[in-house]
Design a protein around this ligand. Structure first.
Ligand SMILES: O=C(COP(=O)(O)O)NO
Ligand SMILES: [Ca+2]
Ligand code: NA
Ligand SMILES: [Zn+2]
Length: 311
């Protein structure tokens, strides 16, 4: 069934498990994610960036938002697991409004690159409008190094715990993303993967909100290797190890944003297939291994985060 994201995350927060939020840009990733979540009897959060919405709508983001809502609802209505659709890293007010209008379950207003007061003001505005339409809201404090869709952050800015208390109390958001040392993409750490668990524990205690971990992909080396055996160059790639991920769930992370892991599994399967079958030109065939590997990563993430059977 198609549900509000808050429903999935309030339960996860109460029972201290994680639910992956998987990014999609097309039909094939959606099919692989829902197949894996259904097999694991796990809730599923599907999320799209602003770029994905423009991509699907060929520049028309109202159309793109409706395409994703209709695709997800078509599948969700026939599934026994709860499925939500979320706007990831919403920055453009027009796109946030388009998603609310189209029927997204939730939207992220990411104003974390503004100063605290502006972030709080913008977030309160979006929360008021989203809640009037029954849509739940995510917001962020702190910054992840690297590129966030269309905003370049120089280096990591970890969440300030006192600011988090005021932000969550006054903004009326439903779930909250504290930056604790991760970054987006496949090259997250130079050395050891170190996250600020102490800050995370404090934020959980003080806010009591479902929490979101951005930049949470593990960059699974099994698939990096397959991709590299077939021509990819992902040298130096490093993600959040699964034992570190489990620690963050133990300390209160509930929504675990996963984009890069699916991209690597998919390209590994696609490269492997194309190297092995020079005669194939049916996309339903040459995407098959890519979708199987992506489904496998989805199921492995669900096992690591503990959301299997939580429906
Ligand atoms: O935070 C993410 C995804 O992060 P990854 O690049 O680690 O998959 N989306 O908002
Ligand atoms: Ca941000
Ligand atoms: Na998000
Ligand atoms: Zn993110």
């Amino acid at each position: 069934s198609y549900v509000n994201t808050r429903e999935i995350l309030d339960k996860a927060s109460k029972e201290y498990y994680g639910v992956a939020a998987f990014n999609i840009n097309n039909l094939e990733f959606l099919q692989a994610i829902l197949a894996g979540a259904a097999e694991k009897k796990s809730p599923a959060i599907i999320e799209t960036s602003e770029g994905a919405i423009k991509y699907a709508g060929m520049g028309d983001y109202f159309k793109g938002a409706r395409i994703f809502v209709n695709m997800v609802k078509e599948f969700a209505n026939d599934l026994d697991i709860p499925v939500a659709l979320h706007l990831d890293h919403g920055k453009d007010f027009n796109i946030i409004m388009a998603c609310i209008k189209a029927g997204y379950s939730s939207v992220m207003i990411d104003a974390s690159h503004y100063d605290f007061e502006d972030n709080l003001r913008i977030t309160k505005d979006v929360a008021r409008i989203a809640h009037a339409a029954g849509v739940s809201v995510e917001a962020e404090l702190g910054q992840l190094a690297g590129i966030e869709d269309n905003v370049e952050a120089a280096e990591n800015v970890l969440v300030n715990v006192d600011q988090a208390e005021k932000f969550c109390a006054e903004s009326e958001i439903d779930f909250f993303a504290p930056a604790i040392g991760t970054s987006h993409g496949a090259f997250k750490f130079k050395g050891e993967a170190k996250l600020d668990y102490d800050r995370l524990k404090k934020v959980k205690e003080i806010t009591g909100k479902p929490l979101v971990l951005h930049g949470a992909s593990s960059v699974v080396q099994e698939y990096v290797k397959i991709a590299e055996e077939h021509g990819a160059d992902f040298g130096g790639s490093k993600g959040v190890p699964s034992d570190v991920l489990k620690e963050t769930v133990k300390f209160g992370i509930n929504k675990v944003n996963t984009d890069t892991d699916l991209r690597i599994a998919y390209i590994a399967g696609l490269r492997e297939y194309l190297d092995n079958d020079s005669k194939q030109f049916d996309p339903r065939k040459y995407y098959k291994v890519a979708m199987d590997y992506t489904k496998q990563v989805v199921m492995d993430r669900i096992d690591i985060l503990g959301s299997a059977g939580k429906i």
